[in-house]
Design a protein around this ligand. Structure first.
Ligand code: GDG
Length: 490
C-alpha cells in the first residue's frame, strides 16, 4: 500500500506534548489511520553543521526529524515564515518585515529538508507537505529527481492577491507553488484568492480542465476544509453526571481558547465583553469569560505587544467591574492539558471564537463536538474564520464591530432552548461529516489523481513515468478498496 509521507515544519510527539497547534492536531489525526511517516523539525536548536534526520517510532506512527540551527530558527522560522508569510497571508501587511533579508535561509532550510527526505522516498509514496513554512519544498524535491505526487495544504487563509503581490519574492513563491500536483486550501474564498494571485503574479492560467497552468507546470487547486476527530470530544456513559455535578448553574462560563496571536482578535473580544458588562448590568455576577491563551512565537515582536495589551485590558475590566466574590475575566496565559479540553468546553455555555482572520479554526469544531445535544451551549463565531463557511448555524459576528459582538453575546445568552438544540444539531452534523478522516481521505485521493494527471501529460511522458503511473493506478485502486473495507467495518 502507498505510504503517506507527511511533511510539516514541526513534528509533534503526541505522547509527550501537552499542546499542539491546529496543524499538528490535523496531521496526527490523519497519520493515525494511514501507514507512512512524518518528517520535519524536532523543535530543537542545535549547531551541528549538517544535521542528519533521526527516525523514531512513537505510539502508532513513525517520525523522522532533525534540529534547526539558531540562524535557521531566526530567519526561516521566526523570520520569513512568521514575520513575512504569516502576516501577509492574514492580510496584515503592516506587520510584515520585508526588508530583513530572511528569504535566502528560508529557501536553504527547505532545500536541506528536501535533501534529507529524498533518499527516504519509495516509488509508491505520496508526499503531503503542510503549510507556509515549506512552500519551496516540492520544487527542491523535483530538482532532486523526485517524481512522486506531491501535494501542499495551506492551513492559513489566503489574503487578497493585492496583499500577496506586496511580497518582494512573490514571483518565486508563485513558481514554487506551481511545482505541486495539488494545492489544498480551507475555503472557497481561499481558492479564488490563490487563483487570482497566480494569475497576477506569474500569468497563471485557468485551463478549461479546471487545472491551473504556471509556466510549464499544471496543477489542481481545491478546497478541503480541515476537520477534527469528534470521538476525542464525545462523552461515555456516566462521564456527564460527574461533570454536571461540578457545574455552577449561577454563573455561566463563556470560553475562549486561542493561541496568543494577533490574528485571533483577543483585544476586540475583551473590549466587547467589557462593553457588554457596561451596557447590561443585570449580567454582572452571572457570567464569566474564561480565556485561555497559551504562549506562541514569543520572540516575534508583534506577539510581545499583544501580550501586554491583553494583560492591561483584562486588568482594567476586572478592576472596573470585579467584586470580592466575582472576577469578570479569567485570563490564563498557559497551556491546558489536552485531556481537559473536552470538559472545559462542555461546561461552558458559550464558545466565543472571534478571530480577525483564520484559516479554519478547530476550536469552534471542538466546542460543538463537546456539547450535550439535549442542553447544548451556543457557538459565537467570527465571519472571518474559515469555519464560518461551513458552520453558518453558529451566531456569526463581525469581530471588528464591538456592537455586533455584544449583540451576539446577548443573542447567545438569551437564546431559547429549542433554537439552541436546532442549531447545535445542524452544526454537529457538519462537524461529524467533515471530520479529520474525511479531510485526510479526500485530500489523499485528490492528490493521487492529480499526480496521475501530471505524469500522464504527453510532453512529460517517459518510460519511467509510465511505470510510475501504472504503480499509482494500482495504488489508487487499492486505496478505494481499502476505503470501502473501512466503511464496511464501521
Ligand atoms: C492553524 C490555522 C487552522 C489551543 N490551546 C490549547 C490547545 N489548543 C489546540 C486547540 C486546537 C488547536 O490547538 C488550535 O487550532 P486552531 O485551528 O484553532 O488554530 P491554529 O493553531 O492557529 O491552527 C487554523 C489550523 O491550523 C488547522 O488547519 O484551523 O486556521 O491558523 O486543536 O484545541 N490544546 C491544548 N492546550 C491549550 O492550551 N492541549
Amino acid at each position: 500500500m502507498a505510504r503517506l509521507v507527511m511533511v510539516s515544519n514541526r513534528v509533534i510527539d503526541f505522547n509527550a506534548a501537552q499542546q499542539a497547534g491546529g496543524v499538528g492536531v490535523a496531521i496526527y489525526n490523519t497519520l493515525e489511520r494511514q501507514s507512512g511517516f512524518w518528517f520535519g523539525w524536532d523543535g530543537r536548536i542545535d549547531e551541528t553543521d549538517d544535521p542528519q534526520p533521526k527516525s523514531v517510532s512513537i505510539g502508532g506512527y513513525t517520525t523522522v526529524t532533525e534540529p534547526l540551527t539558531a540562524a535557521d530558527y531566526n530567519d526561516y522560522y521566526l523570520g520569513y515564515s512568521n514575520s513575512v508569510l504569516w502576516p501577509v497571508f492574514h492580510n496584515r501587511l503592516d506587520l510584515a518585515q520585508f526588508e530583513a533579508g530572511y528569504y535566502a535561509r528560508y529557501v536553504e532550510v527547505n532545500a536541506r529538508f528536501a535533501k534529507h527526505l529524498a533518499p527516504l522516498i519509495e516509488p509508491d509514496d505520496v508526499i503531503w507537505i503542510h503549510d507556509y513554512h515549506l512552500v519551496p519544498m516540492a520544487l527542491e524535491l523535483r530538482k532532486l529527481g523526485i517524481e512522486n505526487p506531491i501535494g501542499f495544504f495551506l492551513h492559513i487563509p489566503i489574503g487578497p492577491a493585492q496583499a500577496l503581490l506586496a511580497i518582494p519574492e512573490n514571483k518565486a513563491i508563485a513558481r514554487a507553488l506551481g511545482a505541486y500536483d495539488l494545492i489544498g486550501v480551507q475555503t472557497q474564498t481561499d481558492v479564488r484568492n490563490l487563483i487570482d494571485f497566480l494569475q497576477q503574479s506569474v500569468y497563471g492560467r485557468l485551463l478549461p480542465s479546471g487545472r491551473i497552468r504556471v509556466d510549464e507546470a499544471e496543477l489542481d487547486v481545491g478546497c478541503f476544509p480541515v476537520g477534527i476527530d469528534p470521538s476525542d470530544f464525545a462523552f461515555g456513559p456516566g462521564e456527564e453526571e460527574a461533570l454536571a455535578a461540578a457545574e455552577n448553574d449561577n454563573v455561566h462560563r463563556i470560553i475562549g481558547i486561542d493561541r496568543l496571536d494577533y490574528t485571533k482578535g483577543l483585544p476586540q473580544k475583551f473590549k466587547a465583553y467589557g462593553k457588554f458588562l457596561e451596557e447590561n448590568p443585570d449580567y454582572r455576577r452571572r457570567i464569566v469569560l474564561s480565556q485561555f491563551a497559551p504562549p506562541t512565537r514569543e520572540s516575534v515582536e508583534a506577539y510581545a505587544d499583544i501580550k501586554a495589551e491583553l494583560e492591561s485590558l483584562a486588568g482594567s475590566i476586572n478592576g472596573r467591574f470585579g467584586e470580592l466574590d466575582w472576577i469578570p475575566i479569567n485570563y490564563i496565559h498557559r497551556t491546558i492539558p489536552r485531556s481537559e479540553l473536552r470538559d472545559i468546553y462542555r461546561t461552558s455555555r458559550i464558545g466565543l471564537v472571534t478571530p480577525l482572520k483564520d484559516g479554519m479554526n478547530l476550536v469552534a469544531k471542538e466546542y460543538i463536538a463537546s456539547q450535550d445535544p439535549v442542553d447544548p451551549g451556543v457557538l459565537i463565531l467570527s465571519k472571518f474564520a474559515g469555519a464560518a463557511e461551513q458552520l453558518s448555524d453558529a451566531v456569526l459576528v463581525n469581530p471588528y464591530d464591538l456592537g455586533d459582538l455584544t449583540q451576539g453575546l446577548k443573542q447567545a445568552l438569551e437564546m431559547p432552548m429549542a433554537e439552541k438544540r436546532a442549531r447545535h444539531e445542524k452544526l454537529l452534523k457538519t462537524v461529524r461529516e467533515s471530520d479529520a478522516d474525511a479531510w485526510g481521505r479526500s485530500f489523499f485521493a485528490a492528490l493521487v489523481k492529480a499526480g496521475q494527471r501530471r505524469i500522464g501529460r504527453p510532453s512529460k511522458s517517459s518510460p519511467a513515468m509510465g511505470r510510475a503511473l501504472e504503480r499509482l493506478q494500482g495504488t489508487a485502486k487499492k486505496n478505494t478498496t481499502d476505503r470501502m473495507a473501512a466503511n464496511v467495518g464501521t
